[in-house]
Design a protein around this ligand. Structure first.
Ligand SMILES: [Fe+2]
Length: 333
């Protein structure tokens, strides 16, 4: 495989021009596009699958308006084409997220097991995770085995204008704009990621995290600069879970993480997705974009039923610098 240095100046190798099928792509940003013409009720054939993979490689955010999968099973079936799916089996054992029966579905709306709007005043854990998800992140970067594609399906949406938008950042463009000096500096560096770090930053006053120390909590390792293998383009992998740099003075590493994280958050790399109606589906590639949820007036007031599946990253970066044993230990009952 080519090294990052060899690859980082190469142009994108994927072209989605001359597509043979009925799929239509309408770019809305260099890294995001609306997709029409995909029938989620039908099997995905070999050539169609290749075409879809090429689209996902080119666009880190793919939006399907209204005509996404009509059931959770359809979403799961579709997602399985792109790799092994993450599961909420562990959450279920702890009594979390039991509203939806399928283990592959992450219930990320605001409804409880009785199908009622969650009372946030009585659920500090939900508040904490909501705040954490409102920071820029890549799903699963705090896991030894990270996520590539996330697919989020709107089942029920609050009234328009009450918030709940999802925002995205283009990490490949952000990497490309780094100075040569910075590219050389971060080439080969490995960062530690921590769920606790994200939650502490997002919830500075919460007693849930006050006494937890990042360095004494689970940490996983992923490279800071990577090749996004589906496109061959280099990218930056620094999220709100990223804490410090392996082998670097702790404070110096935190400063570098902060500098890179601030760089990728510039408005020129950002788009805001407005959910419009049930049936909307958004697919994003956590290995080339960051995202965040936004708060809104709907919270505690209007129903918002959102369901996600997460595909484990099948690329050579999938396990980062973590041992597969750690992942399996974590996954076992
Ligand atoms: Fe997320």
């Amino acid at each position: 495989m080519a090294t990052l240095t060899e690859t980082r100046t190469a142009p994108p190798t994927i072209s989605v021009a001359d597509r043979p099928s009925t799929l239509t792509i309408k770019p809305i940003a260099p890294f995001a596009a609306e997709l029409t013409g995909l029938d989620f009720s039908k099997p995905v054939s070999g050539s169609l699958l290749k075409e879809i993979n090429d689209i996902f490689a080119t666009y880190g955010v793919v939006i399907v308006r209204k005509n996404g999968p009509t059931t959770d099973d359809q979403l799961i079936e579709f997602a399985r084409h792109f790799g092994e799916l993450d599961s909420v089996a562990q959450h279920r054992k702890q009594g979390i997220g039991c509203r939806v029966p399928q283990d592959e579905i992450f219930d990320v709306g605001n409804l409880n097991g009785d199908d009622q709007i969650i009372d946030l005043s009585k659920d500090p854990g939900k508040v904490a995770s909501g705040n954490g998800n409102s920071l820029w992140h890549a799903d699963g970067s705090f896991n030894p085995r990270r996520t590539s594609l996330s697919m989020l399906r709107a089942v029920e949406l609050p009234p328009k204008g009450t918030g709940g938008e999802t925002e995205f950042l283009d990490c490949r463009a952000a990497y490309a704009d780094l100075s040569e000096e910075m590219k050389n500096k971060i080439d080969g560096l490995v960062a530690f990621h921590s769920l606790v770090h994200n939650r502490k930053v997002a919830n500075p006053d919460s007693p849930l995290f006050k006494d937890l120390e990042v360095l004494k909590s689970p940490l996983v390792k992923h490279k800071v600069a990577q090749i996004h293998e589906p496109s061959g383009r280099p990218t930056l992998y620094v999220t709100s879970y990223t804490h410090h740099i392996d082998g670097m003075d702790l404070e110096e590493g935190k400063e570098l993480v902060k500098e890179l994280f601030q760089h990728v958050q510039q408005d020129k790399y950002k788009i805001t997705h407005h959910w419009e109606e049930p049936g909307d589906l958004v697919i994003w590639d956590n290995t080339s974009v960051l995202h965040r949820a936004t708060h809104g007036a709907y919270e505690g007031k209007y129903r918002r039923d959102m369901r996600r599946v997460s595909v484990f990253d099948p690329s050579s970066y999938g396990f980062g610098l973590n041992s597969k044993e750690d992942y399996w230990k974590q996954a076992l009952p």
